[in-house]
Ligand binder design. Sequence first.
Ligand code: ATP
Ligand code: MG
Ligand code: FE
Length: 353
Amino acid sequence: AVILGIETSCDETAAALVARDASGNGKILSNVVRSQLDEHAAFGGVVPELAARAHVAFLDHIIEAACRQAGIGLAEVDAIAATAGPGLIGGVLVGLTTAKAIAAALGKPLIAVNHLEAHALTARLTDGVAFPYLMLLVSGGHSQFVLVRGVGDYARWGTTIDDALGEAFDKTAKLLSLGHPGGPALEAAASQGNPRRFRFPRPLLREERLDFSFSGLKTAVRLEAEGLAPLTDKDVADIAASFQATVAEIVAVRARQALERFARELPGHRPLLVVAGGVAANRTIGAGLQRIADETGAELVVPPPALCTDNGAMVAWAGAERLALGAADDLSFAARARWPLDDPDMRILPDAA
Ligand code: ATP
Ligand code: MG
Ligand code: FE
């Protein structure tokens, strides 16, 4: 089946065509992403109303481009998948409503995709990983460990009690005047710095729970920066490197605990850790996770960066996986600002299959 996937939940307007064959292998036929960096640059963050307007202005063209690149007309598509939440509600409405209109016009099924499920299933598209696996989702809005038992079947093992990790990168980068989005800018600055110059707090790390907390770290970085002001380039690089080393250590410690729990609770399976979300692009965090995987005998899978940040291919793929199990959604499906992965209505009911 060939699926059109539409993503508009944050500041990427994206569309893609993905094919899934009968044995479950996926192929990306096209993947077009327009990031709204210019629209939001002056504000130092994503402005929801501006984001929604830009999605309205560009989504048609992005879908057209996705079809053109794949050499496939909309009429040849088997189903339309769109992010239906969680996310900025104005943007989600633009993508979901467009998907409904196309589905209605073509008489094809609509798949309302949970954006987090799209991140969670990406590694099955890129690396063909099998269930069950542990996902570490680290993005602009989320930082969580999720046991992925199957399509629609998730158990959340831990989450952040305050900021998401991507948000911590973005806020720290802003504080250091490194620009937006902060993750890549902070990683670049950190590569020139001394990661041992500052020792920042590691909240919750003594506790066994699999939760994160990053807001205290952000405050500690701010106090350090204020104490040193005006900052030299070296100060900025050293703070960035020390911040990055700290979060990499926090993530690594938690990943070890999560993999140990996986080994305890799923003894018949080799522990497999899949990293998802934009922060998965960070090489220092990736290196820390690889070390933990090597030490615990686990396998680590990190999809390519372009498929870790928001894109249409992951939405199309999640739609393809759900469609293959017989799932489809009503045209009345409402957009959701909040939609946890372990929500009961993520489950694909046996009578749908
Ligand atoms: P969510 O999926 O939770 O709704 P989102 O879709 O905005 O959030 P993504 O697009 O998955 O998030 O990821 C964007 C985040 O990833 C930003 O916070 C960005 O700073 C961060 N990020 C991207 N590249 C890097 C990097 N190299 N190092 C650290 N963080 C990064
Ligand atoms: Mg984004
Ligand atoms: Fe995302």
